[in-house]
Design a protein around this ligand. Sequence first.
Ligand code: PMP
Length: 387
Amino acid sequence: MGERDLLMIPGPIELEPSVLSRLAEKQRGHLDPVFMGRFSRTLKRLREVFQAPSAQPFVIAGTGTLAMELAAANLVQPGDHALVVNTGYFSDRMALMLERHGAAVTHVRATPGAAPSTAEVAAALATRKFQVLTVTHVDTSTGVLADVKAYASLAREHGALCVVDGVCSIGAEDLQQDAWGVDLALTASQKALGAPPGLAVVMAGPRALAAWKARTSPVRSVYLDFGEWLPVHQAYEALTPAYFATPAVNLISALEVSLELMLAEGLAARFARHVRVATAMRAGFEAMGLASLPQAGVRAHSLSALYYPAGVDAALVKAVGAQGVTIAGGLHPELKAKYFRVGHMGAVSANDVLATVSAVERSLVAAKVAVAPGAGVSAAERVLSGG
Ligand code: PMP
């Protein structure tokens, strides 16, 4: 990848220069007052981004997968039952973790590109008592956006905790954790939060913390146990020193900058920008004859997943890369070779949309696909210009 190439995969993403320059600062200790201030502000800002004033944030060195395992390890115990609203690859991963930590898992599955209906989820919840319901807000393998608000309300009605994997959504899609009754939401630093990879972010609401406190068996991992991390996070937020395991000083410092930029933009404006960008990107792809993997009505705004046209395969991803834009191949095991993905979250701009649509268009033309040069770019441009 060249220095001026554009990174348009569903994470990691292009970062704001001020976020990157934070990483190049002098190394500070984890109890340095400057760092403590940054960590404290990071925790407070995360509550705003998750729209969860009542929740406890955790920021722990690791990735989104660690955040998922923190949820599973702390909220389920052997003998529990969990319902997984399954929209693809990352829902399967969540199920694996719930099982590893002792839960019996029931899936409500949809075909790739769709989301289970609320009626299907309600019917499954009625079959027995579930301690936990999990949902992937945006499944990065299919580009499907789940109706978290509806599923969370069903979970609440049936006395199950609602856990949301927001790794590919939080910071790009509206998630109102408190208002929607989501008990635990999680993400990672490298996606729409706009920081480098390396941080697991978990926001545990009051009911999730109460369930953890009421456990009758210990969390089966010391590193994953909320009990180790809770006092440390409370101490940092209150600007008092504490230690359990060394915080990722530089990454947290970079995240602080990125969260400040997000809140300065304003959440509503940020979500609207993601809708505009996603709509323009898709208009461009559709004008080139590419079909969307996610069905209408459940398409995420943080990434797009498109089927290759006839006669084209994963070589397209390489060809687009050679045009200066890095995109991603397929991920869902059933369809992997048939589609590609384009991430558009975080600092993404109108210019990035046009560059990406143009690079795909040039690559299709070079592959002798019947696309009129400019068709995709002009359709995207019409959306961006409000036409
Ligand atoms: N959940 C979702 C929805 C994701 O998109 C990802 C990463 N692509 C993960 C979980 C796992 O995150 P990580 O790769 O940071 O471990």
